[in-house]
Design a protein around this ligand. Structure first.
Ligand code: SF4
Length: 366
């Protein structure tokens, strides 16, 4: 069914100018290590050869000697720091396949973050993901290589907005997409990802649910459940740019092409897709179906990451890059491991409340 109502900042005359209150600590938390050599040597070539074997379909040979020394140095530093690198599916292939220990979507990273044994977690993704890792690992050092890596969805809503929604709809439970700040997570009943959004909404056994902040994911969830959905006017600046016309043009050019799309896209885009799913669901779909020619309607690095794994799948891609994800680079990952910056910190009382919303999602039975 269509969403029942949609609200945004302009709908509340008494809206305070809320600021998210979680932070990145500017200070280093440990002594900086010396900068390693970044020369392309026979030893670096040998050590990184297995990685290039995986990346050769998406990184030209001429570029590898420029990247490999930094990749090698990062992998050495991980051992020295007892660190792990978590990377979202939207990270560039040299990060996702070159230095990450764990890759995946927000849910996979959130779950894996709870199992990590290392002292240091380097989050290669955007800030709300690093916050989620910190929530689940309060005693570990969580670093983000560039704290300016934000998200249009997380920036669209504050904790004060959630309180205003609760005043307007007393007793209606609130579900927050993980693409929100810890401050927002602290105000809601439970979190969800695009992998489990329908399941989370239905788990509340309520006739109506407030679902925030992505209006398009809310619309998609509403189409899959009888629960009435009240939405927020947020959107992903990457996925909302795709259009149904673009998808139709791909099909007209090649009727055999398969098109899969992320549920953060507008409804006219999803209507044209052969399959809709989270990044993890999309990857599984490609692994199982092995289409000959494929269009992935999501952030473009994901197509590279899938192609590195499945080179027989030809990717046609309308390319929408996430500028926030692309703030993370090999250079600033190296810097992060050398200096132990920038460290993500969250007020402990707020973290306690936010953690409950994330853990409630993780503990949901499948
Ligand atoms: S792709 Fe969209 S939802 Fe993901 S981090 Fe970028 S702006 Fe946020």
């Amino acid at each position: 069914m269509p969403i029942t109502g949609i609200y945004g900042p302009d709908d509340f005359a008494n809206r305070p100018q809320g600021q998210t209150i979680t932070h990145v600590a500017p200070a280093r938390t440990g002594p900086a290590l010396p900068m390693p050599s970044l020369e392309w040597t026979p030893e670096v070539e040998r050590a990184t050869a297995p990685l290039y074997e995986r990346l050769k379909h998406v990184i030209p040979p001429i570029e590898w000697p420029l990247m490999a020394p930094t990749i090698h140095a990062i992998n050495e530093l991980k051992r020295a720091r007892n660190a792990v690198i978590l990377a979202h599916n939207y990270q560039a292939p040299e990060i996702f396949h070159g230095v990450a220990d764990i890759g995946g979507d927000s849910l996979q990273l959130a779950v894996e973050a709870t199992k990590v044994k290392a002292d240091v977690i380097v989050q290669c993704g955007v800030h709300f993901m690093a916050e989620t890792s910190k929530l689940l690992n309060p005693d570990k050092t969580v670093l983000i290589p560039d704290s300016r890596a934000g998200c249009s969805l997380a920036a669209s809503i504050t904790g004060a907005d959630v309180r205003l929604l609760r005043e307007k709809f007393p007793g209606v439970p609130v579900v927050a997409y993980v693409n929100t700040s810890a401050e927002v997570k602290a105000e809601v009943d439970i979190c969800c990802t695009s992998s489990n959004a329908v399941q989370v909404v239905e788990s509340l056994n309520a006739p109506t649910v407030i679902f925030l902040p992505d209006r398009y994911l809310a619309t998609y969830v509403a189409s899959k459940t009888d629960v009435k959905i009240i939405a927020w006017k947020g959107a992903c600046e990457v996925h909302e740019r795709f259009t149904g016309d673009e998808l139709r043009a791909f099909r007209e050019a090649d009727p055999s092409v398969q098109i899969i799309a992320h549920p953060e896209c507008p409804p006219d885009v999803l209507a044209e897709a052969d399959f809709t799913g989270s990044t993890a669901h999309m990857i599984n779909w490609v692994r199982e179906r092995r289409p000959k020619r494929l269009v992935m309607i999501t952030e473009c690095s994901m197509a590279d990451n899938v192609r590195a794994e499945l080179p027989d799948v030809e990717m046609l891609r309308p390319c929408n890059l996430c500028p926030h994800m692309k703030r993370i680079t090999l250079s600033n990952i190296l810097e992060s491991l050398l200096t132990l910056g920038e460290e993500v910190t969250i007020d402990p009382a707020l973290a306690e409340r936010a953690r409950r919303s994330v853990e409630r999602m993780i503990n949901l039975k499948n």
